[in-house]
Design a protein around this ligand. Structure first.
Ligand code: PNS
Length: 161
């Protein structure tokens, strides 16, 4: 059987309801979705890779079709190693477009057999990003409804509450 495997890569620092929305919708299209947390983030992360993986696993309902993993190096190498043909990315506002277009095009330049599929973020989460969540939480603002309760708890702990 030719299982359709998609890789949803990112920093996930931390997971938000926007990410979960994309994951749940990708699950309706693909047989298997691998949520792949990058180990070589250029950003200065708040959570360690292991903490981020733990939070994603804890926030997701038990699902044999969704796997949480980490990757190092070129995304395309990871996609090939997992016999996937698709990279999933969420698109929010037009401001995401340039960065995402560049990434999709460089990945396509590296490998013609892998497609990037964009899912438009639900309008309710279109303003949401891990960065704004971290900023609001660091300033003791409310992030309920933006991140799963387990992530909120982890943010509180990080910021000494
Ligand atoms: O959530 P992010 O930070 O926007 O995710 C970016 C990510 C991890 C998908 C991207 O930086 C990536 O694919 N990094 C792996 C290195 C790579 O393959 N670079 C070439 C394509 S830009």
């Amino acid at each position: 059987m030719n299982r359709k495997i998609a890789v949803y890569p990112g920093s996930f620092d931390p997971l938000t309801f926007g990410h979960l929305d994309i994951i749940n919708r990708a699950m309706t299209i693909f047989d298997e979705v691998i949520i792949a947390v990058t180990r070589n983030s250029k950003k200065d992360p708040l959570f360690t890779v292991e903490e981020r993986v733990g939070l994603i696993k804890a926030a997701m309902k038990e699902n044999s079709r969704a796997k949480v993993d980490t990757f190092e190096g070129l995304l395309i190498d990871y996609v090939h190693a997992n016999k996937a043909k698709v990279i999933i990315r969420g698109l929010r506002a037009i401001s995401d477009f340039e960065y995402e277009l560049q990434m999709a095009q460089i990945n396509r330049n590296i490998a013609k057999d892998v497609e990037t599929v964009f899912l438009m973020t639900s309008v309710f989460y279109s303003f949401l990003s891990s960065s704004v969540v971290k900023e609001v939480s660091s300033l003791n603002g409310p992030v309920d409804g933006l991140v799963p309760p387990i992530v909120k708890k982890a943010l509180d702990a990080k910021f000494g509450r």
